[in-house]
Ligand binder design. Structure first.
Ligand code: A3P
Length: 300
């Protein structure tokens, strides 16, 4: 494995089952370091997601909403017009794997950070007391599988949709099982509604402005009457829209360099729709997720 190119190594390395979740072997120590060493500030916002569920979009919306005083969404030099959203909000797994925690200390408050870590594996300092706020985004698992398949195929061209489908059903794909990932955050959002906000990609797509307002309020930065009158909400929505983001030069070229692999910026912008799964698979996965998430209303 040592002799393989970096991206092939990333695919071939093992997965580690830790407290019921499958973590990618190379990032497992970083996740544990995050769990043990991250000390949140009370006004931190931790963005969380299962991979391929809308992380990039959530990062853009949250960044644009929180930075709107320094960078009005219409500004020509807005960071989101120059940087991929992943460059605006640090990814904890990568930061802790690279031992770059000191960078977090230097960030001004309120800090925005992101992780795919399951709720059960988050630092205790985040899940108890008044640690900080957590925003989770989930998505119809069928669309996640299709999105994951297209994403992983860039690293692993021989991967089939069936392989992706089966590793989701086994629960062994990145941070799986997905249903336990979703349920952890779902229960937390019910138990600690002032601390954990649970969002669905489909809701966000249906009415982005309404959910952006909810997000901003939850993060303690509601849009003022003056901002509403000035159309700031609509400007943020437009700045972060799929069409706008996908067509920015910065997102058509370049890549995010993680410790063990790199991801082309354009890999984060494929179709940006709901229901693409019907073009790819039968209803079998639908039935299984209805069964696994029964009673939550998440599949309605
Ligand atoms: P598709 O592959 O279905 O198009 P993540 O950011 O968690 O990796 O999720 C990627 C998915 O979110 C991809 O879905 C991508 O196209 C979609 N996406 C990225 N930016 C978006 C945006 N601004 N609006 C809506 N969807 C977006």
């Amino acid at each position: 494995i040592a002799a393989l190119p970096r991206k092939e190594k990333f695919i071939l390395v093992g997965r580690r089952l830790y407290k019921g979740f499958w973590l990618l072997e190379p990032y497992a120590p970083g996740i544990l370091a995050f769990q043990r060493r991250f000390t949140p500030r009370p006004d931190d916002v931790v963005l969380t997601s299962y991979p391929k569920c809308g992380t990039t979009w959530l990062k853009a919306l949250v960044f644009a909403a929180m930075a709107r005083d320094a960078y009005p969404p219409d500004a020509a030099d807005h960071p989101l017009r120059r940087l991929n959203p992943h460059a605006c909000i640090p990814f904890m797994e990568d930061i802790f794997t690279k031992r770059q925690e000191a960078k977090l200390d230097g960030l001004p408050s309120p800090r925005l950070v992101h992780t795919h870590t399951p709720y059960a594996l988050l630092p205790d300092t985040v899940t108890t007391g008044d640690g900080c706020k957590v925003v989770y985004i989930c998505r119809d698992p069928k669309d996640m599988v299709v999105s994951m398949y297209h994403y992983l195929r860039r690293l692993h061209p021989d991967l089939s949709l069936a392989d992706t489908f089966h590793s989701v059903l086994d629960g062994t794909v990145l941070y799986g099982p997905m249903w336990d990932h979703v349920l952890g955050y779902w229960h937390a959002s019910i138990a600690r509604p002032d601390r954990v906000l649970f969002l669905k990609y489909e809701d966000l797509l249906r009415n982005t402005g309404e959910h952006l307002r909810k997000l901003a309020e939850f993060m303690g930065r509601p849009f003022s009457a003056a901002e509403e009158a000035a159309g700031t909400v609509e400007s943020v929505v437009e700045l972060c829209s799929f069409d706008n983001m996908k067509n920015l030069d910065v997102n058509k070229t370049g890549a995010i360099e993680r410790k063990y692999h790199s991801v082309a910026h354009d890999a984060f912008f494929r179709k940006g729709v709901t229901g693409d799964w019907v073009n790819h698979m039968s209803s079998r996965l639908d039935e299984i997720f209805h069964d696994k998430l029964r009673g939550t209303g998440l599949m309605d």
